[in-house]
Design a binder for this molecule. Structure first.
Ligand code: IMP
Ligand code: MG
Length: 202
């Protein structure tokens, strides 16, 4: 009887903690977000992607160049390359699309160009998220003009809204078409540092 009471008390005490963790929310400026992809899930999925990429490039003459699309992909790229089992080069470029809003502006501009010479090289573009697909189409077209040997794309998230005529080779998670922050993604430049991914709730 005493043991039962003890277990009941533990369960009673733990429930709010567990619920609090599962429904963890955060307020950024005027918006509230709830955790939708916890860090453990992100970590596990990136390990899988790293293993797949290692396998896909095991016979390549020269290791590929990972090209991160700033700023959103910085965290994904840094964790992804740790899971890849070959020496690789890294570079970054930056384009703009979302500016202080939760919706794509529809116009893409190049803010920071690539430093590396990618001609004849295998390239892996690393993106945080595919929403309308305009940014990735712009980046892919631009890189294609430098005559790389091949281009593949890794994106942590895909909202499955885009109508692209090429595939996203490595997708972390397919998500609902909702606005998300954390793990590199921002709302008005805030929230990029969060280790989990959060979805806008209000
Ligand atoms: P797209 O050009 O519409 O596909 O949007 C791509 C870029 O917009 C991404 O690389 C992100 O930087 C940003 N973006 C798209 N959706 C979100 C979101 O839900 N949260 C934060 N940034 C986003
Ligand atoms: Mg991006």
């Amino acid at each position: 009887m005493q043991k039962k009471l003890f277990l009941f008390a533990i369960a009673f005490l733990l429930t709010p903690t567990l619920q609090g963790r599962m429904q963890k929310t955060i307020t950024v400026l005027d918006k509230t977000f709830a955790v939708s992809i916890p860090r453990e899930k992100i970590e596990a999925r990136i390990k899988e992607l790293g293993t797949k990429i290692t396998k896909d490039y095991k016979d390549a003459e020269q290791p590929p160049i990972f090209i991160g699309v700033l700023r959103g992909a910085f965290m994904f790229l840094s964790d992804l390359v740790k899971e890849v089992d070959f020496p690789c080069e890294i570079d970054f470029l930056q384009v703009s699309s979302y500016e202080g809003t939760t919706q794509s502006t529809g116009t893409i501009t190049l803010l920071k160009a690539l430093k590396s010479d990618i001609s004849g090289r295998d390239v892996i573009i690393v993106e945080d998220i595919i929403d309308t697909g305009l940014s990735i189409a712009y980046v892919k077209d631009m890189l294609q003009a430098s005559n790389p040997k091949s281009i593949r794309i890794a994106s942590l998230l895909d909202k499955k809204l885009s109508n692209l005529d090429f595939k996203i080779d490595y997708v972390g998670f397919e998500i609902a078409p909702e606005f998300v922050i954390g793990y590199g993604l921002d709302y008005n430049q805030l929230g990029r540092h969060l280790p989990d991914i959060y979805t806008l709730i209000k």
